[in-house]
Design a protein around this ligand. Structure first.
Ligand code: OAD
Length: 241
């Protein structure tokens, strides 16, 4: 890598992570060989229609994903971003499309999960707030019910639903002086277009082993694995710890 990314005391950094940041931890990505969407059609397991038609299938899909994620550990990419947060504090806005908790396990305190969280559930009918949920649903004969009579569903943004936290996300995009995307194929909206808010205004960088679909919007592409590149990508020498 030629020069890395210098970050100064006044910078505000917006980082968008995708499935690629957790790939080296052993969590499969969605697209490409071995990806989640090779084994399932998202219309069947990750949409409001799927939930109405076959909630048990949707539960089994997310039970499987919970089980697969439960014993996974953060990799050097998650750790590098947690370390960057320690240096920048709230001047780092970490927005993840991932529903795993590896950013938190690495020490990130403020990761914003725009597509929800695997270990959270909520009622599909009432306004009861989402709650932490680590039950295994494999053994459940019936999907749990809320006190209101509604069904408890995964706290996940399904296709056709509105991602979470868009207001703070767009506010942070407006303020950012550096935009970095890591390990995301750049095809799922609205995340794929976040970079457009930064292009031409501030430096935009991408880290991953292949060019994303929206590569033209980035000033620089750092080709390689996040776990190998991120730990040596940032130069924060001018920031006092
Ligand atoms: P994708 O599976 O579409 O893309 C993963 C990206 O990670 C690819 O571009 C890979 O090149 C890259 N990658 C693989 N290994 C990597 C590594 N070691 N380091 C860095 N990058 C690596 O996943 P996302 O773009 O995150 O949404 O997918 C976006 C959304 O689509 C997901 O949040 C999910 C999915 O359908 C919902 O479920 C709502």
């Amino acid at each position: 890598m030629a020069s890395g990314i210098p970050i100064g005391a006044e910078d505000r950094v917006f980082v968008l992570t995708g499935a690629g940041v957790s790939a080296e931890s052993g969590i499969p990505t969605f697209r490409g060989a071995g990806g989640v969407w090779q084994g399932y059609r998202f219309e069947d397991v990750a949409s409001p229609h799927a939930w109405r038609r076959d909630p048990a299938l949707v539960w089994r899909f997310y039970s499987m994903r919970r089980r697969a994620a439960a014993d996974k550990r953060p990799n050097p990419a998650h750790l590098a971003l947690a370390d960057l947060e320690k240096r920048l504090g709230e001047r780092l806005f970490l927005c993840t499309q991932n529903v795993d908790e590896l950013h938190e396990l690495a020490g990130s305190l403020r990761a914003v999960h725009m597509h929800g969280q695997l270990f959270m559930s909520r009622c599909d009918s009432c306004e009861r707030p989402p709650f932490e949920d680590r039950r295994s649903y494999d053994s459940l004969d019936e999907i749990p019910q809320c006190e209101c009579g509604g069904r408890i569903r995964p706290h996940i943004c399904w296709f056709g639903e509105m991602p979470f936290e868009l207001e703070p996300i767009f506010a942070a995009l407006e303020k950012a002086t550096l935009f970095l995307a890591v390990g995301t194929s750049g095809v799922v909206e609205p995340a794929a277009s976040f970079v457009a808010h930064a292009t031409g205004r501030v430096r935009t960088c991408y880290v991953g082993p292949e060019k994303p679909a929206n590569a033209a919007m980035f000033d620089e592409i750092f080709l390689g694995k996040a776990g190998e590149l991120l730990p040596r990508l940032f130069s924060t020498a001018s920031i006092a710890r």
